[in-house]
Design a protein around this ligand. Sequence first.
Ligand SMILES: Nc1ncnc2c1ncn2[C@@H]1O[C@H](COP(=O)(O)OP(=O)(O)O)[C@@H](O)[C@H]1O
Ligand code: SF4
Ligand SMILES: [Mg+2]
Length: 329
Amino acid sequence: MEPLLQVNDLSVAFVEDKTETVVVDNVSFSVEPGEVLCIVGESGCGKSVTALSILGLLSPNARVKSGSIIFEGKDLLKMNSKELDEIRGNEVTMVFQDVMNSLNPVLTIGNQLTEIISAHMGYDKRKAKEYAIEMIKKVGLADPSAVMKKYPHMLSGGQQQRIMIAMALACEPKLIIADEPTTALDVTIQLQIMKLLVELQKEFHMSIILITHDIGLVAELADRVIIMYAGQCIEEATVYKLFDQAGHPYTRALLGSVPSIYDDPDKKLTSIPGTVPENYYEIEGCRFSGRCPYAKPTCSKDQVYFELEPGHLVRCHRVGKGEIPFESE
Ligand SMILES: Nc1ncnc2c1ncn2[C@@H]1O[C@H](COP(=O)(O)OP(=O)(O)O)[C@@H](O)[C@H]1O
Ligand code: SF4
Ligand SMILES: [Mg+2]
């Protein structure tokens, strides 16, 4: 089966005072039809920039330096804004973390939803309104007719996020990109909303790229996982493989360190010492070497990204040579 989306060797830089900083460096991955792909990593690793590149939503000081983003056989990076507009909102939609800035404060929920539905589905006003009510029901909000008449500030954060999901789903896209969509919410609401998104994903046969730093959510929702560190993919595997035999020392540390909404509150977190290095694009060898307990002098010389097993990619010199044992070994 052809992947729905194929990102090949994507590199993105920001230009400030004529200085270029490469923040996404040769990132490649694919998304299959009906798949939930999670992209995980600490803050500042290039996850959002990768997501925004797909929809051509990068800020004006960003430059795509190389790569292609093939969606259903066509390169999104080669499309003009009119062609991209056709894809955005119809075929691929995005759910952002910052709901308040994504909903229009001066329009009712009903107006915003029906406008999107009319524009993308070509429905007349009455049919668009009926469909909007149906979508509000689908995302689990009671009394949809009353919700239609409300302004965004009259809804709770969780209700607003449900409306964002209704908007993202309304045009029956093939792919939803959800960038840390629930981090601003209470933990129990986060879980409800993410589960809702994945239930609807199955019902609508969509694919999802879910960007999150919650390993618990990844375990529950992902089919496949990409770990990003300092602008690069450093590991890719199915969710089962990753939790059973994570290869990269960073992934292992991440699995042990990230607080999750599923955690026993008494669980001790093993933290990763240090932070993502600044100007990481200047580091020649392994970008994790400054924080890695297994680092050797050779690690700082160059990089490798290889297939440990079919479908399991790791960017580490020492994994797979018996030098770093898997926990289950
Ligand atoms: N508009 C921008 N201008 C300059 N640098 C940016 C901009 N947006 C993001 N960056 C930089 O790009 C890097 C990756 O950011 P981002 O993709 O937002 O990380 P993540 O989503 O993984 O937290 C960071 O170093 C960030 O400071
Ligand atoms: S390449 Fe070396 S420094 Fe980098 S993660 Fe592997 S062992 Fe650690
Ligand atoms: Mg981000």
